[in-house]
Structures are given as structure tokens and as C-alpha cells.
Design a protein around this ligand. Structure first.
Ligand SMILES: *[C@@H]1O[C@H](CO)[C@@H](O)[C@H](O)[C@H]1NC(C)=O
Length: 418
């Protein structure tokens, strides 16, 4: 008898110690769920020996792991900071709840856990007024530089976010140099190259200004969208050679003023020109730049390879946009898979998948199509019973598919490091 009971015991232990899905977050097309947390049925979902696959089969293969993600986040423009500020004065409880919901990175905090924020230096297209930190024409020594030209709610909002997430990475970038360094306005045009050194100093003073407000800066870019000049809002076209020279001067200034750990990022523009501007920037000033960032308004993510094939270690920045998953568009599901370390190296790692089902069959009438998918991991399959009442009858009939409604679903499980 003894060996048998030992076997049973081992079997039980194994079931407890294997991967399980315990939490799901879902946003559905009908807005019945908006990033809503719920426990799965059954709770938890175990991974078991695989059966038949569903109409889609999601296979998470962690034998090859791709790029490291520094964090997720958003831009905090003047207008978004103003919205936060207005909420704080009207309903401070809601304000703090919202900040917690967005930025708390504590395990199990039920939060988006944002940890990367991009902040314009001076006015952007989302500002109440057009201003720079020094609007005194001809002030080449920047004696009139004043970080307080920015609305105070930018700094108070950032301080409040930092109080929730001390690991927040703040990335600053100007939409334009001060107008007097151009043809008189921040709206469109280009930098007068006589002011290249002045502009490098202006960026150093911007870093010092944020520091004086208690906001540490993780990275700075020279110019947002240097290939875009628009006379209706702060923009500036900046040729590669100008950005390269500013970058080299700024790196030197930062190194001798205590900002040697702050990164300098270049380009900040679309995939479509990946083979040209950022490549030339690396050729002319690679030592000054820690990397380049891409926007996705023009071109496709595959064009990024025209840069990364030459400078594989210089791109990990895609801070401004929304759809960097460039999966085949013919299929309903787009899936991202992630593994995150935890507090102790001995803790099991966290695996998660984010599944977008965008099959609305819109070529006919609005007709959202749920997709029944199996989920495979390390030769095991997530086992989702067809209906819970079958379990009560002790009929182990596993359909083993998870039904993904049109919307976004996130599932996760722990597993030992591979
Ligand atoms: C973050 O979330 C944790 C877990 O819910 C909570 O205990 C903590 O107070 C939150 N931290 C902040 C700064 O809100």
C-alpha cells in the first residue's frame, strides 16, 4: 500500500506546482468589460497533457526570447497634466485612485503598471500656450532661462506619479527650440545653425530645471519628429548633421554636469525613413546617442530592420505610438507573449499573453466573432472545461479551448525560469 499512496501524494504535489492561470483581464467590444479583472472558470485553469487544438492554437514558446521591454507608458503633455490637475482639485480621491490604477507597479495591485513617460520640453501641439523655457530673443547665454515657464501642474503631476512609482522613467523631448533660434516662431521652420551650441546648452538647462523640480530624467531626445515642419504648431525640421552636432555637444555637457547616466535618444520619427536618417545619425555621432526611437505613422515595423540590422543595440525605443504589433492582418487574433522577472531570482517568472481579437466581420454587417483557441506552453495545454456543471457530474470532458471575445484579453501564469 505504501508505494501507492506515495505516488498519489506526488501526483497531488505535481498538480499544485505546475502552471495555472488564475487571473484574467478583459476589455470587450460592447464595453461590458473595460480592463475588467475576473477569475476564470474553473479557478485556476491548469495546464495538462494536450488534447485537440481549437480553431486557433496559441503556442507560447519560450525557448527563444526576443527584445527586453523597458516599460510601457504614455506621453504626459501639458494638456494631459492639466486634466490630471483639474481632477485633483475637483476630486482628489478619484485622482489618486486613477494614478494608482495607471502607475502602481506592486504585484497584484490591479493596475496598468505604467513605468515610462514621455514629456515635451516646452510647448507641444497639446499645450494651452506656445512657450519655450527662454523666450527672450537673442539671449544666447540663456540668462532668462526659466523652467517655471511650463505650467506648474506638469511638475506637480509628475511628482505625484513618482510618489506612486519611484521607478518611473521620464523621457523628455522638445517639439521645437525657442522661436528666436529659428525664424521667430516655434511653429515650423528649422534651427539657425548658428545656435547649435546654444541649443545644446538649452537642453542641459532643461535637464537641470527638471532636476530642480525633483524629477529625475532617464532619457532626453534632441528633437521630436525632425522631418516634420508644420506652421500650425510647435515643430522643427532638423537635418541629420544638426542633430548630430547638438548630440555630441550635449553628451559632453551632460557628462561634465552629473548627467552621465541620462541617455540621449535620436531620430524620434517614422519607420519609413529607417534606412536613412537614423543610420546617418549613427555614422555622424554614434558615440553620443544611446539609441534611436521610431514612430509608426508612416512605413511599417519591418522597415525598422534597415536600421537594426546595422545597429542592433541602438534601438529599443518606440515611445510615441500605438500599434507596434505588425502581425498578419488576415487573421482574427494578434497575440503578444511576455515573460517578466519577479522580486527574487528564485521566484517563478511570470508569463503572460495579451490577445487582441479584432474579427468584426465588418465587410458585411457588424458581426463580432469570438474565437475558440487552445493555449499551449512547454508541451502542456491550458484545460478549460466545456461547462462547469460537467465537473459536478464528474465527467471529465475537456473542450480545452478558451473563447476570446472581440476585444483584448490578458492571461498570465507563473513558471520556473527556462
Ligand atoms: C500599490 O498597490 C498596493 C497593492 O494594492 C497597495 O498596497 C499600495 O498602497 C499601492 N501603493 C501606492 C503608492 O498607492
Amino acid at each position: 500500500m505504501r508505494p501507492v499512496s506515495t505516488l498519489v501524494l506526488l501526483g497531488l504535489l505535481k498538480a499544485v506546482a505546475s502552471q495555472q492561470i488564475s487571473d484574467i483581464w478583459q476589455t470587450t467590444w460592447d464595453r461590458k468589460m473595460l480592463f475588467t479583472y475576473f477569475q476564470p472558470t474553473p479557478d485556476p485553469i491548469n495546464f495538462v497533457s494536450p488534447g485537440a487544438i481549437g480553431s486557433a492554437d496559441i503556442v507560447v514558446d519560450d525557448s527563444s526570447v526576443y527584445q527586453t521591454i523597458l516599460g510601457f507608458g504614455a506621453s504626459l503633455t501639458d494638456s494631459s497634466a492639466q486634466l490630471f490637475h483639474n481632477l485633483k482639485s475637483q476630486n482628489s480621491n478619484n485622482y489618486w485612485e486613477l494614478l494608482d490604477y495607471l502607475f502602481n507597479i506592486t504585484d497584484a495591485a490591479d493596475s496598468a503598471g505604467f513605468s515610462y513617460i514621455r514629456v515635451p520640453l516646452g510647448a507641444s501641439d497639446f499645450s494651452a500656450n506656445t512657450y519655450s523655457y527662454d523666450d527672450t530673443s537673442g539671449d544666447v547665454n540663456l540668462n532668462a532661462f526659466n523652467i517655471g515657464a511650463a505650467p506648474s501642474y506638469v511638475f506637480s503631476t509628475l511628482s505625484d506619479i513618482l510618489s506612486i512609482n519611484q521607478g518611473l522613467r521620464v523621457h523628455v523631448v522638445p517639439w521645437s527650440p525657442p522661436g528666436w533660434m529659428k525664424s521667430g516662431t516655434m511653429d515650423g521652420g528649422s534651427l539657425n545653425t548658428a545656435y547649435i551650441s546654444v541649443m545644446a546648452n538649452y537642453l542641459l538647462k532643461s535637464l537641470q530645471g527638471f532636476q530642480s523640480k525633483g524629477i529625475p530624467i532617464y532619457a532626453i531626445s534632441i528633437q521630436n519628429e525632425p522631418e516634420n515642419s508644420n506652421p500650425t504648431y510647435p515643430t522643427c525640421s532638423m537635418p541629420v548633421s544638426t542633430e548630430a552636432q547638438i548630440g555630441l555637444k550635449l553628451r559632453t555637457l551632460m557628462n561634465s554636469n552629473g548627467f552621465q547616466n541620462t541617455k540621449i535618444i535620436g531620430y524620434e520619427h517614422n519607420w519609413v525613413d529607417a534606412a536613412n536618417y537614423p543610420v546617418q545619425l549613427m555614422q555622424q555621432a554614434g558615440s553620443a546617442f544611446d539609441g534611436v526611437s521610431f514612430h509608426c505613422y508612416q512605413g511599417s515595423v519591418s522597415e525598422q530592420a534597415e536600421f537594426t540590422s546595422q545597429y542592433p543595440n541602438k534601438v529599443w525605443w518606440m515611445p510615441s505610438d500605438y500599434d507596434f504589433v505588425d502581425a498578419p492582418s488576415s487573421w482574427a487574433l494578434q497575440v503578444g507573449a511576455y515573460v517578466t522577472g519577479r522580486v527574487l531570482s528564485t521566484d517563478w517568472e511570470r508569463y503572460s499573453i495579451v490577445v487582441l481579437n479584432w474579427d468584426d466581420s465588418a465587410s458585411t454587417t457588424w458581426n463580432p466573432q469570438p474565437v475558440e483557441a487552445t493555449i499551449e506552453f512547454r508541451g502542456m495545454q491550458a484545460s478549460i472545461p466545456e461547462a462547469t456543471h460537467l465537473l459536478l457530474l464528474d465527467l471529465v470532458m475537456f473542450q480545452a479551448t478558451y473563447t476570446f471575445p472581440v476585444g483584448v484579453t490578458t492571461l498570465w501564469w507563473y513558471a520556473p525560469a527556462n
